[in-house]
Design a protein around this ligand. Structure first.
Ligand SMILES: Nc1nc2c(ncn2[C@@H]2O[C@H](COP(=O)(O)OP(=O)(O)OP(=O)(O)O)[C@@H](O)[C@H]2O)c(=O)[nH]1
Length: 240
């Protein structure tokens, strides 16, 4: 008989959890509020570890791995529903100069401040991630091509207006360049291809002078109701 939730086949106290607990402690994560070594406590511990492995330690934003998972979900949704979704890639302008002039610790403070500014400029349903050293990405579900440039501009402004105190008496302001691309509707793409398209627009924004957003125009797919029903139908050979 399979073990039930109330009668686990293993004594949970025999599990080696020292390094997991140490990791959570170091990250400042709250330990589950339940009887230690109960099933509920163990589930809380696993959830806290999963959450930790999805986050970037410096900013607390989603990390690249978690972001790519979110992108896959959005690609699926856009492919099935035809809903419009926008991906924005952002890069801090001339960031090397910040590090070289004020030091790495000041650079880290700037990265954190940019993360906060970007997160404050989008909706709770949007996912903001740190995908590289001074690179961020945002996926915006249900974002139409008429709204995309507005939200990109709002993010750009939020960063440019942010004043970052990096040392007593020393404040910095930085800008970001943004590139954007919409998920192809009724077509299944991949996170990598979608990111490459947004990245190309980001390079364009850098080349055109930085502190600006360049968005790929959305290509409207004309798909009939019959074609939509065929798109995700099980093909005869798949159903064997
Ligand atoms: N402080 C800090 N710096 C980082 C981190 N990750 C990457 N960097 C630095 O980010 C800088 C990126 O510089 P570049 O890629 O040359 O780009 P840039 O100076 O921002 O210039 P443009 O992107 O062309 O505007 C490098 O100096 C990296 O060392 C980090 O976690 N903390």
């Amino acid at each position: 008989m399979a073990p039930s939730a109330s009668s686990p086949s293993t004594d949970l106290r025999s599990l080696q959890l020292d390094s997991a607990l140490q990791l959570l402690d170091q990250a400042g994560a709250l330990l589950p509020d339940a009887e230690p070594y109960s099933l509920e406590w163990l589930q809380g511990l696993i959830d806290a570890l999963a959450d930790l492995s999805n986050r970037d330690p410096l900013t607390g934003l989603s990390n690249r791995r978690n972001f790519e998972m979110q992108l896959s979900r959005e690609i699926d949704r856009a492919a099935r529903s035809g809903e419009s979704a926008l991906l924005l890639m952002l890069d801090i302008d001339h960031f090397k100069k910040v590090n070289d002039t004020h030091g790495h610790a000041a650079g880290d403070l700037v990265i954190r401040a940019v993360a906060d500014a970007v997160a404050s400029a989008v909706r709770p349903m949007d996912t903001v991630a740190r995908v590289g050293g001074e690179e961020f990405a945002v996926v915006l579900p249900n974002c139409s091509s008429s709204f995309g440039p507005t939200v990109a501009e709002r993010i750009r402004e939020a960063v440019a207006e942010q004043v970052v105190a990096v040392a007593p008496g020393l404040s910095l302001q930085v800008t970001v360049s943004l590139g954007g691309a919409y998920a192809p509707q009724w077509v299944r793409s991949s996170p990598l291809l979608w990111m490459e398209r947004a990245d190309r627009q980001l390079y364009r924004a850098k080349a055109e002078g930085r502190n600006r957003a360049c968005l790929e125009p959305q290509i409207e797919s004309i798909v009939s109701a019959d074609e939509k029903s065929m798109l995700f139908a099980v093909l005869p050979e798949e159903s064997l």
